[in-house]
Design a protein. Structure first.
Length: 220
C-alpha cells in the first residue's frame, strides 16, 4: 500500500483495527466468490475464517494512514494470491477427508508423489481463476477506495468540529461553574444535655470545611 499524498495524522488503534477488519472482510468475500465460481467447489467456514485472520494479520500494520487507489488494488491482489492458496488447501483437505473416510480406502489412495503433484497443481491458479481474482481486486479496489476516503473525510470533519466547538464549550462551562454560588454554612443544633450542662450554646455555626472537636469544659 502506498500512502495518500495528502498529509493526515495516523489513525489510532481502534480505527486501524476497524479499517483492517473491513478490508479483510471485503477481500475474503471477493476471493471466496471468485474461487468458488472458478473451481466449481464450495468452501467451508474453516478456510474462510483462516483467510480472514491471515489477511487481518497482514493488513493491520498498513492500515494506519489513508491509502491511494493503486495501493489498495495492489494490496487486494496480494491478498487474492494468499487467499487462493488458503482456499485451495481447504478444498484439498475437505476432498481428502471426504474421499478417504477410513482405513479401508487407504489401499485405493493415490501414491504420495501423485498426491503432492495434484496439490501443487491446485495451488497454481488457472487462467479463469486468475482472471476472476484480478477482476475482483480491480472492482473492489475502487469500492474500498471510495469507502476509505469517506471514512477519512468523516474523521477529519470530526477533528475540525472538536477543535471549533470544544474550546468555546469548555470556556462556557468554566464560566458557568464560576458563577455557581457557594453552599451556605450549615447550622447544627447542639445536644440538649450539653446545653443544660452549659458546655455549649444552644446553636453553633459550622462551615462546610471546618472540623468539629470537643474542647475543654467552659469555666463557670
Amino acid at each position: 500500500m502506498t500512502a495518500h499524498p495528502t498529509t493526515a495524522p495516523p489513525a489510532d488503534r481502534g480505527m486501524r483495527l476497524l479499517r483492517a477488519a473491513a478490508f479483510s472482510a471485503v477481500c475474503v468475500s471477493a476471493s471466496g466468490c471468485a474461487h468458488v465460481l472458478a473451481s466449481g467447489e464450495g468452501l467451508s467456514w474453516t478456510p474462510l475464517v483462516a483467510g480472514w485472520l491471515a489477511t487481518m494479520l497482514l493488513v493491520t500494520p498498513l492500515a494506519g494512514r489513508e491509502r491511494s487507489r493503486p495501493g489498495i488494488i495492489a494490496t487486494l491482489l496480494c491478498g487474492q494470491v494468499v487467499l487462493h492458496v488458503v482456499f485451495s488447501l481447504g478444498q484439498c483437505g475437505g476432498a481428502a477427508a471426504a474421499g478417504h473416510p477410513g482405513a479401508a480406502s487407504a489401499a485405493h489412495a493415490p501414491p504420495v508423489h501423485e498426491a503432492g503433484a495434484s496439490l501443487g497443481a491446485s495451488l497454481v491458479p488457472g487462467p479463469a481463476m486468475f482472471a476472476l481474482h484480478l477482476i475482483a481486486a480491480a472492482v473492489l479496489g475502487r469500492v474500498v477506495h471510495h469507502g476509505d476516503r469517506a471514512l477519512w473525510r468523516l474523521e477529519r470533519l470530526s477533528r475540525r468540529a472538536a477543535g471549533a466547538f470544544g474550546r468555546p464549550l469548555a470556556a462556557l462551562l468554566g464560566a458557568a461553574l464560576v458563577r455557581v454560588p457557594a453552599l451556605p454554612p450549615c447550622v447544627l443544633r447542639a445536644d440538649p444535655r450539653a446545653r443544660e450542662a452549659g458546655d455549649a450554646p444552644g446553636w453553633t455555626v459550622a462551615l462546610n470545611h471546618a472540623v468539629i472537636r470537643r474542647g475543654p469544659p467552659v469555666a463557670a
